[in-house]
Design a protein around this ligand. Structure first.
Ligand SMILES: Nc1ncnc2c1ncn2[C@@H]1O[C@H](COP(=O)(O)OP(=O)(O)OP(=O)(O)O)[C@@H](O)[C@H]1O
Ligand SMILES: [Mg+2]
Length: 288
């Protein structure tokens, strides 16, 4: 008996799974917040979607979707360590029937050797992520969102390598901008085999002096130029939102539809989804 009652069309394996990752060079620009909201929006549009917490050292997503410890059978750690075959036991339900969560293990004790665990994960992650993709296809998923750890962790880089679309998140700071340029140059351009690339600035002051906006515009253009002759698409400048900060105080992270951030998020989702569709259709034509 299956753990989940998948609807008829998705019980069978799907022929198309789109993989999105959210990544950054520095910590804290808003990857997790945006990942969860993008996943929620894709599910709201009727797509069978799973969000995977790939921030092994600092898991968060379990709490965003209020998943109780007792409900969790397997975590992404078990899969990445090669300790378990990927099965339905990794999937956790949410209050949206289209949205599932794969959590990372909390409370990894130092006694268990966090550092050696991270090393083991790095060794297995490429193979494990491929197994995960095959499993999610079999389960009829349409979208998977990987919320990555910041920086050069190998599992994040491996997820970047298999993604259809990468969304790079930056803060409006010189550190974030310089770090982004470095990472895009060092890694993304070199992995630019088949993925679409996007970037978004998050947490802008609600009002900006003209000279600051000019500087930000020059950073936006600088990133696009850095990427040439390949393409990276600018998505938006997202403001810091006091509503989101107040919601975070209550443990709520999903943007209400009435919030202006939700309007901005839906436009970002439209852009990314359409671009993946165009890329995959072109690939289909090429293969014919
Ligand atoms: N636009 C925003 N307005 C207000 N608060 C925001 C906004 N974006 C993110 N935050 C808040 O900033 C904090 C960091 O966001 P988040 O955890 O999503 O970043 P992250 O990139 O996933 O961080 P890490 O690198 O540690 O994983 C959170 O408290 C979140 O609620
Ligand atoms: Mg995060």
């Amino acid at each position: 008996m299956s753990k989940f009652d998948f609807s008829e069309q998705s019980t069978l394996s799907s022929t198309r799974l789109d993989i999105l990752i959210l990544h950054s060079q520095k910590g804290g620009p808003g990857k997790t917040t945006l990942s969860c909201n993008i996943a929620k929006e894709l599910a709201r549009r009727g797509n069978k979607t799973v969000i995977i917490d790939l921030d092994i050292a600092q898991p968060t997503i379990q709490h965003i979707f209020h998943i109780k410890d007792v409900k969790i059978k397997h975590t992404i750690n078990d899969v990445l360590l090669g300790e378990t075959a990927v099965s339905e036991d990794v999937l956790n339900k949410t209050d949206d029937p289209n949205l599932f969560v794969i959590v990372a293990k909390e409370n990894v004790e130092y006694g268990e050797g966090l550092l050696s665990m991270l090393e083991e994960i790095q060794k297995h992650s490429f193979f494990a992520l491929h197994e995960m993709t095959k499993f999610l296809l079999r389960m009829g998923f349409r979208y998977v969102i990987y919320d990555c750890a910041p920086g050069y962790k190998l599992e994040s880089v491996n997820a970047a390598a298999i993604a259809d679309a990468r969304i790079f998140v930056l803060r409006p700071s010189t550190f974030s901008y310089e770090g982004a340029k470095q990472m895009l140059n060092d890694i993304y351009k070199k992995l630019n085999i088949r993925s679409l690339n996007f970037f978004v600035f998050n947490q802008l002051p609600p009002t900006l002096k003209e000279e600051s906006q000019k500087l930000l515009n020059s950073w936006r253009d600088g990133i696009v130029e850095l990427y040439e002759p390949e393409t990276i698409t600018f998505l938006d400048f997202l403001p810091i939102s006091h509503e989101i900060m107040e919601m975070a105080l209550k443990g709520e992270y999903i943007f209400p539809e009435s919030d202006p951030m939700y309007g901005k998020l839906t436009k970002m989702v439209d852009t990314v989804v359409e671009a993946i569709d165009v890329m995959k259709k072109a690939k289909l034509m090429e293969d014919k």
